[in-house]
Design a protein around this ligand. Structure first.
Ligand code: ADP
Ligand code: MG
Length: 345
């Protein structure tokens, strides 16, 4: 099911939690809403579900204006961060619940409900645990039950609000892969909320990056990572280093010296240069960024050093392909392989 969000605004007591948000969610895709805490992700999800109504704007399910649909009619599967399983029901009863409470006219026969629930427990790899109660499962297993329960009603749209947020890093990574596999098999239109950029990059077909109630950028993980549209997105998706530069007649300058990067014609004046610490090469060129190492630390498999550059004590971080002992100062010249320039606001 396509979901179209058209110029939606949401205020809580005059506080604008969402400003003029427009987004097309394509049928069958897994889209991640990614942004820091308070950026409006949950509010957008609750609006899609019909748990909140927009102050302004519309939401369409296919061609139908969703404001004409009740929460039940929207046929949404919802999974929250804190597994809202029914504690007094077995796993099988939890998964069957959504079908059992349907009005008689649309309720499948009991045998059919049981068959479907068992099938879903098999899909989420929990066969054999159907007679247990939620408190007899691990956190990761409970979230898998929550997903099976959400899928049982054959939702038109599946909404997942930081479903792995309360789990430890190892389990999160496993569930991330697992969710992607389930999505590839079942093909539900899925909106996945997270503040974890790594999770979003690995899991989603497209990312929708949010900040302060606005959409900053929408695109595939590669497009957003490689061509962030704003300093915010650059810094939020992956690691970033920033330097204030001047756009000269055909090259970029720092403190009046060329840094060995071309400037596109037609622009001039101050700008913000962004690059990724791992995306640099060392060089002996005189026209390059150069400075003294002031700190160094291990980040995963590489050595990340802080370099003081220019006359104003500006510091940036780059990754070195060799070990650089902490505390040892030395002069290093480098050039970003890829970079982006943004206007100074
Ligand atoms: P996120 O899920 O990205 O952390 P939310 O959508 O929960 O963000 O919140 C966005 C903003 O709206 C926050 O500033 C939050 O305090 C505010 N907000 C959310 N729900 C309510 C509410 N029911 N009443 C008042 N303010 C709210
Ligand atoms: Mg939230």
């Amino acid at each position: 099911m396509d979901v179209r969000i058209a110029k939606v605004r949401k205020e809580f007591d005059r506080f604008p939690a969402l400003h003029d948000v427009s987004l097309d969610i394509h049928s069958g895709e897994l889209i991640a809403l990614l942004g820091p805490s308070g950026s409006g992700k949950t509010t957008l999800l609750r609006l899609i579900a019909g748990l909140e109504m927009p102050t302004d704007g519309r939401i369409f399910f296919g061609d139908i204006d969703a404001s004409e649909k009740t929460v039940q009619e929207r046929n949404i599967g919802f999974v929250f961060q804190h597994y809202a399983l029914f504690r007094h029901m077995t796993i099988l009863e939890n998964v069957s619940f959504g079908l059992k409470v349907r009005p008689r006219s649309s309720r499948p026969p009991a045998g059919e409900i049981r068959r479907r629930a068992m099938e879903l427990l098999d899909l989420v790899q929990l066969s054999g645990l159907e007679k247990r109660y939620p408190n007899q499962l691990s956190g990761g297993q409970r979230q898998r039950v929550a997903l099976a329960r959400a899928l049982a009603i054959e939702p038109g749209v599946l909404l997942l609000d930081e479903p792995f947020g309360a789990l430890d890093a190892q389990v999160r990574r496993e569930l991330r892969k697992w969710l992607r596999e389930i999505h590839d098999r079942t093909g539900h239109t899925t909106v996945f909320v997270t503040h974890d950029q790594e999770e979003a990059l690995e899991l989603a077909d497209r990312l929708c990056v949010m900040s302060q109630g606005k959409i900053e950028q929408v695109g595939t993980p590669d497009a957003v990572y490689d061509t962030p549209s704003s300093p915010f997105v650059f810094g939020f998706i992956g690691e970033s280093s920033e330097l204030p530069v001047t756009i000269g007649s055909n090259e970029l300058l720092l403190d009046g010296r060329s840094v060995g990067l071309p400037a596109s014609s037609g622009t001039s004046g101050p700008a913000r240069l962004f690059f990724r610490p791992h995306d640099v090469e060392l060089t002996d060129d005189d026209a390059a960024l150069a400075g003294e190492v002031t700190a160094s630390r291990r980040v995963g498999g590489t050595r990340r050093v802080e370099i003081e550059i220019g006359n104003n004590g500006q510091k940036v971080e780059i990754d070195l392909p060799f070990d650089h002992p902490a505390g040892q100062r030395s002069r290093i010249s480098f050039r970003p392989r890829r970079w982006r320039l943004f206007d100074v606001k």
